[in-house]
Design a protein around this ligand. Structure first.
Ligand code: ATP
Length: 354
């Protein structure tokens, strides 16, 4: 069932269009993640849904009703900000209750909701503290609690974990997913962290320059990116891209390397897309490319090998090895990969060819 629909939404600031015709249907109970580079319009889109930003064109439809000009409180949404936006002079309890008091909810119900939210988020012992006496992770829980007490149908999260340290971010990511499962509410989550997107989303929406590039489940985007932009955005470390040219025989060849056994349905130059986890080292001359190892990063359970192709114009490649490797900086090595698992992009349009 569709909960939220964006129909040809546009947004201009002073004549400059930052959202350029976005169409999107969000299902009830879905966890949707907006990703894209800085400035692509993710936050602006979220703020328009929340009612914190006017909509220049198109229709915002919630539960079948056009909501473009409805006040934020009428939309059944609650937003959690990156900055937490807590009131410093109020206790945690007062911060949680504030919105409900403004809405003139009866006091016993406010108390009940505040205590239930505190229980859910495990912040009951903090209820009488001020925000200044909370850690970043605790503050973020309070900010989420302020949304929960309102019992919205739709939660909007704007990079809620980006101010937390790496370990806490992983922990909160798991907790937020558990919260989603428990509450069963629709959630839209903005991040530029592709790991958060991959691990949390039912579907990911990839934005670029105010437009949607692709929508799909994490694995759909990982396996079948429509273009080089999406391919480079989904997956960590990032997909390697190697320029290919047509040789005298009309076959695709790595610049400064071997001819490839690939037959794309297009005749121009192409870019090879190679996931670090699918590339392998081999003896020099045995793969489609030779290079020199620049550095080896040992993480214990996995290793990242950075290799400079012999053609010095090419960007270094990253090869991910499960477990530990004996490869060393300065070694000369070849690179190979199963040809049925590489990607080819049209050099002119960046479109995925195969
Ligand atoms: P980030 O990941 O850096 O937060 P974003 O994808 O969320 O980026 P937005 O904050 O939505 O991007 O900004 C989209 C574009 O709109 C940017 O070019 C930004 O400069 C512009 N913009 C946002 N708010 C305003 C405003 N109030 N007035 C003018 N331009 C704005």
């Amino acid at each position: 069932m569709t909960h939220l629909e964006l129909r040809n939404i546009t947004k201009a600031f002073g004549g400059f269009e930052v959202i350029r015709g976005v169409d999107l249907a969000v299902n009830k109970g879905e966890f949707l993640v907006f990703v894209g580079p800085s400035g692509c319009g993710k936050s602006t889109m979220l703020r328009m849904i929340a009612g914190l930003e006017t909509i220049t064109g198109g229709q915002l439809v919630i539960d079948g009703a056009v909501m473009n000009d409805e006040a934020p409180v009428k939309r059944g949404v609650a937003m959690v900000f990156q900055s937490y936006a807590l009131y410093p002079n109020m206790s945690v309890r007062q911060n949680l209750a504030f919105g409900l008091e403004q809405a003139r909810m009866p006091k016993p119900e406010i108390r009940e909701r505040v205590e239930a939210a505190a229980e859910t988020l495990k912040i009951t012992p903090l209820l009488d503290r001020r925000p200044g006496a909370l850690s970043g992770g605790q503050s973020q829980r309070v900010a989420i609690g302020r949304a929960i007490v309102r019992d919205p149908d739709l939660f909007l999260f704007d990079e809620p974990l980006s101010n937390l340290d790496a370990e806490l971010r992983v922990h909160m990511r798991v907790e937020l997913k558990a919260l989603h499962a428990r509450l069963g509410r629709t959630m839209i989550y903005v991040t530029h962290d592709q790991t958060e997107a991959m691990t949390m989303a039912d579907r990911i929406v990839v934005f670029r320059d105010g437009q949607i590039e692709q929508i799909g489940s994490p694995l759909e985007l990982y396996n079948s990116p429509v273009n080089r932009f999406v391919a480079g955005f989904i997956g960590s470390p990032q997909m390697n891209f190697l320029p290919l040219h047509r040789n005298a025989r009309g076959r695709l060849q790595v610049d400064g390397g071997a001819e490839l056994d690939l037959d794309p349905p297009a005749s121009g130059d192409a870019i090879l897309g190679l996931r670090p986890e699918l590339a392998e080292l081999c003896e020099p001359g045995a793969g489609f490319l030779d290079g020199r190892i620049l550095t080896v990063e040992h993480l214990g359970g996995e290793s990242f090998i950075h290799l400079q192709p012999a053609d010095h114009g090419a960007e270094p490649l990253v090869i991910k090895v499960i477990g530990q490797t004996t490869a060393r900086a300065g070694d000369l090595a070849g690179v190979t990969a199963p040809m049925h698992q590489v990607y080819l992009f049209d050099a002119a349009t960046d479109r995925c060819l195969m």
